[in-house]
Ligand binder design. Structure first.
Ligand code: BES
Ligand code: ZN
Ligand code: MN
Length: 521
């Protein structure tokens, strides 16, 4: 889909449909008022009659009878002015774009909405709008052989701005938003794909593809390497499957050789049957998305490379299926993690933490400034927070509060759970250092506490995305059913924040790096 910008008067523009926005209980904005006049007061009428209130996400389409160059006007309600946020703008555009597609049109024009957010640079509003459009239009159709029923794709979106002054800012916003949304949709594609396609081997190929395209370093450790290193957790989980496990390391060096990296670790269980502690068959098919953390790490590094962010990142994906078989790990087995700690496996379905324990121990060897792991780790997280917040836990108050802020600003919200020592007794084993389950009470916390044993002194946060990475309910404005791709935008926010803090010389940056640096988010 092509997204472009044109400067000039709206009323002189032409096309199939023009997206205008309106705040609930307010007067028409000056631009909308101008259009209203040209179309004979039609907008005023629908607002006055209550047909279109401007309530958040309410929409109305009407024909202009060729009084202006646009054949139709699309009214988008942005809700109360005082409640406006960047995420509402994202949601509004997601809704608008899908409605336009629903009508059967293939192109639309829009203004830059959300002027109450004028304290933000205009590129941020444009970025959020582009994200909303591209994320909202996402469909996973790779396995539909008959496309007759599917909707026609939108081919073109034009931003109309009044004068040339903002042209390059809007272009930057479009570029940035496109990379981000395409990155999220890349994650969605990987997670919606079945586990007979997205195997550990395929994840390794994806990492290699990204490395080749953006000239990054990639290393794929095979079973013999993993054995030699002594990653007993990952190997234990991989014992039940014929799919060879892979330990994938993808490195992006945007800040030169000397800079210490940020480590991103993603749970990459390509299918979680539970192993010998087999899961019930209801919804088991969904466990193909148990590699969302890993896919998100790949997607984030890809976008960071596209934007040439001046940071160093290393991504770690401990990838394997979790299957029952004659060779599978037994409940009661003891495995030794890379850092030497021993774990009694009480439940083979608590496999994610075993793989992550090895990955965190390994990542710590890179002496990163921070480690962030993402994992669809516990069903208890879904119980605690439902589908609208990830659980966040960690050992560093600064890192935690930073990511909480990022969560608010990106709309990918997090909620902290405590890692108090009082919970630790639940995961102490009688015969090994730890056991891999802590019983039902505080299941998300004991999982987090388990991971904490493998990070040492490095600032670290753990994001449990079990409840947020899949939309099993109705489509949301920019989140269709299936994989949500949650996490990438938050990680990218964090990376951009690091760039700004490092205060690098802007003259040496490309324009996209400059926007990353000026980003308040
Ligand atoms: N991948 C699952 C967690 C999960 C559940 C993710 C539902 C998304 C939706 C994880 O490996 C798991 O099975 N966890 C167990 C741990 C328990 C045995 C301690 C769980 O939550 O039941
Ligand atoms: Zn799992
Ligand atoms: Mn499991």
């Amino acid at each position: 889909m092509e997204i472009r910008v044109k400067s000039g008067e709206v009323i002189k523009g032409a096309g199939e449909i023009l997206v205008l926005s309106h705040y609930e209980g307010e007067k028409l904005s000056s631009e909308v008022a101008l259009v209203n006049k040209r179309v004979g007061g039609g907008i005023d009428e629908v607002v006055a009659s209550g047909e279109f209130s401007g309530k958040f996400l309410k929409t109305l389409v009407f024909r202009t009878d060729h009084k202006i160059g646009f054949a139709r006007i699309f009214l988008l309600g942005l809700g109360k002015r005082s409640e406006m946020t960047l995420d509402r703008l994202r949601q509004g555009m997601g809704r608008a774009a899908s409605c336009v597609r629903e009508i059967g049109l293939t192109r639309f024009s829009t203004l830059v909405h959300g002027e109450v957010l004028g304290y933000l640079p205009v590129e941020h509003r444009v970025q959020a709008m582009v994200e909303g459009i591209l994320l909202g239009l996402y469909q996973f159709q790779r396995y539909k052989t008959d496309r007759k029923e599917s909707l026609k794709e939108i081919e073109e979106c034009t931003f109309i701005i009044p004068d040339k002054a903002n042209l390059s800012s809007v272009e930057e916003g479009i570029r940035f938003g496109k990379y981000v949304a395409e990155g999220v949709n890349y994650v969605r594609d990987l997670c919606n794909s079945p586990s007979n396609v997205v195997t550990p081997c395929r994840l390794a190929e994806e990492a290699k593809k990204i490395a080749e395209e953006y000239h990054l370093q990639v290393e794929v450790l095979d079973r013999p390497d993993i054995e030699r290193l002594g990653m007993g957790g990952l190997l234990g989980v991989a014992r039940g499957t014929v799919e060879p496990p892979k330990f994938i390391v993808l490195e992006y060096e945007g800040a030169g050789k000397k800079g210490r990296p940020i480590a991103l670790i993603g749970k990459s269980v390509t299918f979680d049957s539970g192993g010998i502690s087999l899961k019930p068959s209801d919804n088991m098919e969904q466990m193909k998305y148990d590699m969302t953390g890993g896919a998100t790490v790949l997607g984030t590094i890809k976008v960071a490379a596209q934007l040439r962010l001046p940071v160093n990142i290393v991504g770690f994906l401990p990838a394997t299926d979790n299957m029952p078989s004659g060779t599978a790990m037994h409940p009661g087995d003891i495995v030794t993690i890379l850092n030497g700690k021993t774990v009694e496996v009480i439940n083979t379905d608590a496999e994610g933490r075993l793989c992550l324990a090895d990955a965190l121990s390994y990542a710590a060897r890179y002496k990163p400034t921070a480690m962030i792991d993402l994992a669809t780790l516990t069903g208890a997280c879904v119980v605690a927070l439902g589908h609208h917040a990830m659980a966040i836990m960690g050992n560093d108050p600064n890192l935690l509060s930073l990511l909480k802020r990022g969560g608010e600003e990106t709309g990918e919200r997090v909620w902290e759970l405590p890692l108090w020592d009082e919970y630790l007794h639940q995961i102490k084993s009688d015969i090994a250092d730890l056991k891999n389950t802590g019983g039902r009470p505080g299941g998300t916390i004991t999982a987090g506490l388990f991971l904490k044993q493998f990070v040492g002194e490095i600032p670290w946060v753990h994001l449990d995305i079990a409840g947020t990475s899949w939309n099993g309910d109705a489509p949301r404005p920019y989140t269709p059913k299936g994989s949500t791709g949650v996490g990438l935008r938050l990680l990218l926010w964090y990376l951009c924040h690091q760039v700004r803090r490092s205060g690098r010389d802007t003259r040496k940056l490309t324009s996209s790096q400059r926007i990353a640096r000026s980003a308040p988010h």
